[in-house]
Design a protein around this ligand. Structure first.
Ligand SMILES: [Zn+2]
Length: 670
């Protein structure tokens, strides 16, 4: 899902009135996505099936209830035997105020408004269907159902989202079992990506879902946390949905059967190689459809939102092939884009396999690109979440952070420097916003920690989304596009249809970009690492011959100050690097006559004094003039002027613009 930029955009009316020039000057030249090379390994087109769901669900849109039943086929793909199953019953997050979700005091993110109506999931059947002759066949597993997280989260706790059942016999490595399931849902008023608003229904986290079994035989299971998302095995979802005939359905996977049956619409959707299934049903949807390459793209939107739907289609038309060139082909036949009605904005900005939601409260901002940003962001999740199915609970930066980088990359290619806001004399890139928000939180927490470890929604979004985006964009700018392409190509190829962890990402950067870049990435992710480059001192004066007492030809001479000659100046620039990160940078010397000279610095030591000698007086210096190091947390000290030179001209404008932009952004940062 996207972080919320709403306060940022609202506040940006302020500097616009100050006629601010480019608020955060950044090099925004888009680089073409690499063409696939013949030598490269092909991208896999299928996952290994582990958990297959064949489900039927009937919606009562008046009571907002759903009856479901079906089968789950589960293969023990781990190396060991399994004696229990863990299931997520995530609608119970909205059951009562003893759920982990409602007990976590998280503000500043979605899901914080009081619930108008509760939500539940009641499992009514869970039994093992064994082979003929299997004495365990038909065993009812429900009597063994246990809710360990209800007991271990403190006084009065009673979470019912993370449950386990005992198996009547062990399931060996490689063995497949089939479970019969039936359940009843009561959908909540729309909250945290799921529920209803009037007759609009968005149905996510709605069925009993197996936790993921890790290769070592341990279950990765989690109660439904406020800030966390999901983690599951790949499989095939074959889902039949039954709603009133006046409703339009949007769902994961293509429609393979549709019929009208006594005032009801029954649709069957089947999708292989995915790890979740979500759907929506509403009698208010308008639809638009078009093919983008081989993919059928369908946009569902409320009446009156045609213009937004067209912008969303434009964004998909650009981004889908762009992502395919960067990160491998989109392997599915369909993509559904759902723009929820405004009353259901909590359903907006979310990703599921082959189905994304956009819109929400961000529509109608003519000079911002938020509609495109949210659409591109959620589409990017088809890679960083969908195909690269990381543990979103433990390592949310692997989906949200990498995806925030990918989003900014596409927006830069689409819109150039004004990739987030362009208008009213203001040009702000998505990357610049990520840097400012991310840097503001750099001392709060490390990036790489579980979603539930973040104390506030603001820290979570600033670090997991924005700072990770800025870290990766800094690596691209400092170490180059080619290295970035190698690293990301390796990552998205090797771990497609897999479940990569942080070390997998870092290893791909070591391979594609080198050990120094990988070391900085590790430090930036796992430590509260930071960096600040500063021009500390600029000195410049006319060159004079050395003065003092000199012994020449047996005599001692006094050499006094000689009149300075024009056109011969000397001096120096002192630059410091503060903090725990270091990147190679350039130092630009700015001369009185307008010439500029650049000196590279590896940034490794704490400081460098750059000597100057030339025909013009040294007016000032800029460290990192191209602003490659987006992580630099104080831009006001990146410029310095010689003490005896007047501060004027372009440098001053640049500095003041940066100062104002930082001030405003700091004022509105979450
Ligand atoms: Zn996201």
């Amino acid at each position: 899902m996207p972080r919320s930029h709403a306060p940022f955009f609202a506040a940006f009316a302020l500097p616009a009135f100050l006629a601010l020039p480019d608020a955060l000057p950044t090099p925004e030249t888009p680089s073409p996505a690499p063409e696939p090379t013949a030598a490269a390994q092909p991208f896999r087109s299928h996952a290994d099936d582990v958990a297959d769901y064949t489900l039927r669900a009937r919606l009562d849109p008046e009571k907002h209830t759903l009856h479901g039943e079906g089968t789950i086929r589960f293969r023990n793909a781990s190396s060991g035997a399994v004696h229990e199953l863990w299931l997520h019953l995530y609608l119970n997050a909205f059951k009562n105020e003893r759920s982990t979700f409602l007990r976590e005091p998280v503000a500043g993110f979605r899901g914080s408004a009081p619930l108008a109506d509760w939500g539940t999931i009641d499992l009514t059947t869970l039994s093992l269907r064994g082979d003929a002759g299997d004495s365990a066949s038909g065993t009812d597993l429900l009597p063994t159902l246990d809710r360990p997280s209800a007991a271990d989260t403190g006084e009065g706790a009673g979470d019912e989202t993370d449950v386990k059942v005992a198996l009547p016999r062990e399931v060996r490595s490689g063995e497949t079992i089939t479970l019969d399931v039936a359940w009843d849902d009561k959908l909540p008023s729309i909250v945290e990506r799921t529920g209803y608003a009037g007759s609009f229904h968005f149905v996510g986290q709605w069925f009993p879902k197996l936790a993921r079994l890790e290769p070592d035989g341990t279950w990765a299971h989690f109660p439904f946390h406020h800030l966390a998302e999901f983690y599951a095995d790949f499989g095939t979802y074959d889902v039949t949905l039954d709603v009133p005939a006046s409703f339009t359905i949007g769902a994961t996977g293509p429609l393979v059967e549709s019929r009208r049956d006594g005032g009801r619409l029954v649709e069957r959707h089947v999708q292989a190689d995915v790890h979740d299934f979500a759907w929506t049903a509403w009698d208010g949807f308008r639809t638009r459809e078009e093919r983008v390459g081989d993919v059928r793209v369908r946009v569902l939107f409320p009446e009156g939102y045609e213009a937004d739907a067209l912008r969303e289609l434009d964004a998909v038309r650009f981004a889908l092939p762009y992502f395919a060139r960067r990160y491998g082909p989109y392997p599915y036949a369909e993509l559904t884009v759902v723009h929820p009605p405004e009353a259901a904005s909590e359903a907006g900005g979310m990703e599921y396999p082959t189905l994304i939601t956009t819109g929400g409260a961000w529509h109608g901002t003519p000079f911002s690109k938020l509609i495109e940003l949210v659409t591109v962001h959620e589409l990017g999740h088809q890679y960083f979440y969908g195909l690269l199915a990381s543990n979103e609970v433990l390592w949310p930066f692997l989906d949200e952070g990498i995806n925030s980088y990918a989003e900014a990359d596409v927006l830069r290619a689409m819109f150039g420097a004004g990739s987030a806001v362009s208008g009213l004399g203001l040009t702000v890139s998505d990357s610049a916003i990520q840097a400012v928000f991310g840097n503001a939180a750099e001392h709060d927490d490390p990036i790489a920690q579980p979603a539930y470890a973040f104390e506030t929604g603001g820290r979570y979004s600033s670090l997991v989304y924005e700072r990770t985006g800025a870290v990766l964009e800094t690596l691209r700018r400092v170490y180059g596009q080619a290295g970035m392409d190698r690293a990301m190509s390796e990552y998205t190829r090797a771990f497609r249809f897999e479940h990569p962890g942080p070390e997998d990402l870092i290893a791909c950067f070591a391979q594609g970009m080198g050990g120094e870049a990988a070391a900085m990435l590790r430090r930036a992710l796992f430590e509260k690492a930071w960096v600040d480059y500063a021009v500390v001192e600029v000195a410049s004066h006319p060159h004079t011959a050395p003065r003092g007492l000199f012994d020449r030809d047996g005599r001692r001479e006094t050499v006094a100050a000689a009149p300075a000659k024009g056109g011969d100046y000397e001096g120096s620039v002192l630059v410091e690097r503060r903090g725990t990160l270091s990147f190679p940078v350039e130092i630009e010397l700015v001369l009185e006559d307008g010439h500029r000279e650049r000196v590279p610095w590896d940034g490794v030591g704490g400081s460098i004094r750059v000597p100057y000698r030339g025909p013009s007086r040294l007016r000032g210096a800029i460290v990192d003039p191209d602003r490659a190091v987006l992580l630099d947390d104080d831009l006001t000290n990146n410029h310095g002027t010689a003490a005896d030179a007047e501060r004027r001209g372009a440098d001053l404008v640049l500095e003041r613009a940066t100062y104002w932009a930082e001030l405003v952004v700091q004022a509105v940062a979450p």
